[in-house]
Design a protein. Structure first.
Length: 366
């Protein structure tokens, strides 16, 4: 039995593909749109390999409102959207901010307008811990609760903050309108999910992160060091106020993160909470050295690194307080950091070309 139909924008990307898998496994019908700017549609076959079901797919740009209208027209059963499609490289966002506003902000505006036209009332939005900026500037805000004042420090973060504001304004207006018209249940709802640092891959070794250009994040870079594509990891600063001098982040397994989306969606569809932000993190901070050690253990040898200066815009500590999601969504991160590193290594070893190769043989033979 299908429990509902969901449009997943950016669904061939890293977090979107794992969420599409989790939705199919929870008996949702899944329709993906993506323009393949940073992904490959081979991931659709990998999803099918794992769960025996393939999401529907439309190649579509989020900034093309007419194309979005056509997708909603073709799937009148869609009642919810999980919105991942975006540009996400912090450094690049400072070089071409207008492009980030076009895709991330204008793209979301097109999506909200199209949803409104087609009576689609639930949206789960990929926000980011980056909206908090440097939470250490406030007393008592580490680990970071959702009430922490927002203050992004880069154009990418500003686009996420802007979209959170736009969705909130839109929903408040839609709910006032619905009340005037005497509608109760059928009102607009949004989950603003603020992710901390996604990590890991599918334990089968057939699905994982497959960045198209030069990776930006710590774990994909460490994975490249492990397979010899990169000589060493550059550690961005060892003079932070932490136990070993390196910066602290909250690394969350991709399976926990994707499950956070299915529970948030279930919550929106059954409780109609209006607009609400939830942190998705573990509540446990790890330093860069912790990560080098954990991934080196998974690989079975020490990985080379060199300490260089701090990366501009980096902050000391981004660790979530996930209590609100624990209590309100009944969601809690379950996987360990060690598990995330082992899974990442299995994916990296088995798929040196990412999705540009056949899936690993062992899996096909099962
Ligand atoms: P990703 O790049 O793997 O996925 C994004 C997908 O959006 C890609 O498949 C890309 O092709 C698609 N896309 C980009 N521009 C598009 C457009 N104009 N039209 C249609 N599709 C388009 O990134 P991800 O890591 O899976 O991130 C997913 C979402 O989560 C993004 O919104 C990102 O900002 C947010 N986020 C990511 C992280 C992280 O560290 N990965 C952390 C917090 C939030
Ligand atoms: C993690 C730690 C680096 C690379 C970014 C975005 C955030 C979110 C997740 C989307 C930091 C250190 C890294 C390297 C290093 N994305 N590092 N050497 O910066 O926490 O968050 O991705 O929303 O918005 O800002 O993640 O993986 O880049 O860095 O020492 O080569 O690893 O300084 O302390 P970050 P990251």
């Amino acid at each position: 039995m299908v429990v509902g139909s969901v449009l997943v924008t950016g669904g061939t990307g890293y977090i979107g593909s794992f969420t599409a898998l989790a939705l199919l496994q929870a008996d949702y019908k899944v329709v993906i749109i993506d323009n393949l700017y940073n992904s490959s549609n081979e991931v659709l076959n990998r999803i099918e390999l794992i769960c025996g079901k393939k999401p529907e797919y439309h190649q579509c740009d989020i900034t093309d409102e007419k194309a979005l209208d056509e997708v909603f027209k073709a799937h009148p059963d869609i009642d919810s959207v999980i919105h991942f499609a975006a540009l996400k490289a912090v450094g690049e966002s400072a070089e071409v901010p207008l492009e980030y506003y076009r895709v991330n902000v204008y793209g979301t505006l097109c999506l909200l307008r199209s949803m409104q036209k087609h009576g689609v009332t639930n949206i789960v939005f990929s926000s980011s811990a980056t909206v908090y900026g440097d939470a250490t500037r406030f007393e008592g805000m580490i680990p970071i609760p959702e009430e922490c004042p927002l203050g992004p420090t880069n154009p990418y973060g500003n686009t996420k903050f802007t979209v959170e504001t736009m969705i909130t304004d839109h929903i408040n207006a839609e709910r006032v309108k619905a009340k005037k018209e005497g509608k109760n249940g059928d009102v607009f709802n949004a989950a603003l999910l603020r992710y901390f640092n996604p990590a890991g891959s599918h334990p089968s070794g057939v699905m994982g992160e497959d960045p198209q250009g030069v990776p930006y994040n710590l774990l994909p870079l460490l994975a490249q060091v492990a397979v010899g594509k990169r000589e060493k990891l550059l550690v961005f600063g060892d003079d932070y106020d932490s136990k070993d001098g390196t910066a602290i982040r909250d690394y969350i397994h991709i399976l926990d993160l994707s499950r956070g989306h299915t529970v948030a969606l279930d919550h929106l569809r059954s409780n109609h909470p209006g607009v609400r932000a939830w942190n998705l993190g573990t509540g446990k901070g790890s330093t860069v050295y912790d990560m080098i050690n954990a991934f080196s253990s998974a690989v079975g040898r020490d990985l080379p690194y060199e300490v260089v200066g701090r990366r501009p815009g980096d902050v000391l500590n981004l660790t979530a307080n996930p209590t609100r999601a624990n209590k309100e969504l009944g969601w809690k991160a379950e996987h360990t950091l060690e598990g995330a590193c082992t899974d990442l290594w299995r994916w990296t070893e088995n798929n040196p070309q990412g999705y540009r190769q056949e899936p690993p043989k062992e899996f096909l033979e099962k």
